[in-house]
Design a protein around this ligand. Structure first.
Ligand code: PBG
Length: 329
């Protein structure tokens, strides 16, 4: 005789109401952060061909995007500046009238404290060689000379009104250098550090280069992590926390969900994950070809990052997903 199962997990999948009731993870707009690009000297928002639906903003259109993000109840906005002039040391990053600092001030004036205003703290958007730091005469990224630039950049962004700065250059000691500078300049109590703690030398950053008009000479493998390593990320996170990071981030997200899970298990701080440009573009491209269901793929990708243990997700779909979640009730 056929033996019938006594355990039937399918009973909890019979209809949408039951599935909703037993869902272990959900997405919420408050945990989503929208990364945005603002370009100096632009008169109209400029669509990015490698990231359909994403724009380089003008200062004006950025303000509107920030107001929309706040209205949608997003958790935050992460700003990237694209300067007109780039040079060897990334001067635009520390200039109070540099595009990123102006944008931080604009956005802060627009949203006040309704949205966490974050700035990407790195030099690659501002250097003519495209590296995240200043170079030695031999062309190697000079760790300690770069720390001095990061310290100044952190202070400039804090002065412009950033609630949170995100050191993302993977220099050793960057969190400590930025924390010290913030503390010495009156920002000890109100400006926090979201450390891009575990950041890999990834091929998936490809479309970002168009987004920030960067032509990188060489690669970032002497400072970003080798995709072969996971344990190393735990050490990077440990160091950043010891240096004063308030939150930590893993980046990219989808190819590093094991790292997200291990970091979230091990450390008692909020863990963010950054679903980066290439992750966005892959799904958009496959959907545009009719190969996958766009909306389902987006939500599934975000849910997988959430399930791995990230409590904060940076995604270029943040505003769209917030609208979808609102419609779903
Ligand atoms: C560094 C930085 C990068 C990204 C975010 N911050 C580029 C890099 O490290 O190579 C990538 C974001 C993305 O690809 O969406 N300024």
């Amino acid at each position: 005789m056929t033996s019938f199962p006594s355990s039937r997990p399918r009973r909890l999948r019979v209809n949408p109401a039951v599935r909703r009731l037993v869902a272990e993870n959900r997405l919420h707009p408050a945990e989503l952060v929208l990364p945005v690009f603002v370009r100096e000297g632009l008169s109209e928002p400029q669509p990015l061909s490698s990231m359909p639906g994403v724009y380089q903003h003008t200062r004006d259109s950025l303000r509107k995007a920030a107001a929309e993000a706040a209205g949608l109840g997003l958790g935050g906005i992460m700003l990237f500046g694209v300067p007109e002039q780039k040079d060897a040391v990334g001067s635009g990053a520390t200039d109070p009238d540099g595009i990123l600092n102006l944008a931080v001030a604009d956005v802060r004036a627009e949203v006040g404290d309704d949205l966490v205003v974050m700035g990407d703290l790195c030099l690659d958007e501002f250097t003519d060689h495209g590296h995240c730091g200043v170079l030695t005469p031999e062309g190697v990224v000079d760790n300690d000379a770069t720390l001095l630039r990061y310290a100044d950049m952190g202070v400039a962004m804090a002065q412009a009104g950033a609630h949170m700065v995100g050191p993302s250059g993977m220099m050793d000691g960057q969190v400590a250098a930025v924390r010290k500078a913030l503390d010495e300049n009156g920002f000890a109590e109100n400006v926090s550090i979201l450390a891009y703690a575990a950041k890999y030398a990834s091929a998936f950053y490809g479309p970002f280069r168009e987004a920030v008009n960067s032509s990188l000479q060489g690669d970032r493998r002497t400072y970003q992590q080798d995709p072969a390593n996971a344990q190393e990320s735990l050490r990077e996170v440990e160091l950043d926390l010891a240096e004063g990071a308030d939150l930590v981030m893993v980046k990219p997200a989808m190819s590093y969900l094991d790292v997200v899970a291990r970091v979230a298990d091990r450390f008692e701080v909020p863990v963010a994950a950054y679903q980066i440009s290439g992750e966005y573009s892959m799904i958009e491209a496959a959907a545009a070809n009719g190969w996958i269901d766009r909306e389902r793929a987006i939500l599934e990708s975000l849910l997988s990052i959430r399930r791995a243990g990230a409590s904060i997700i940076l995604t270029y779909w943040a505003a769209e997903v917030a609208k979808t979640l609102r419609e779903q009730g």
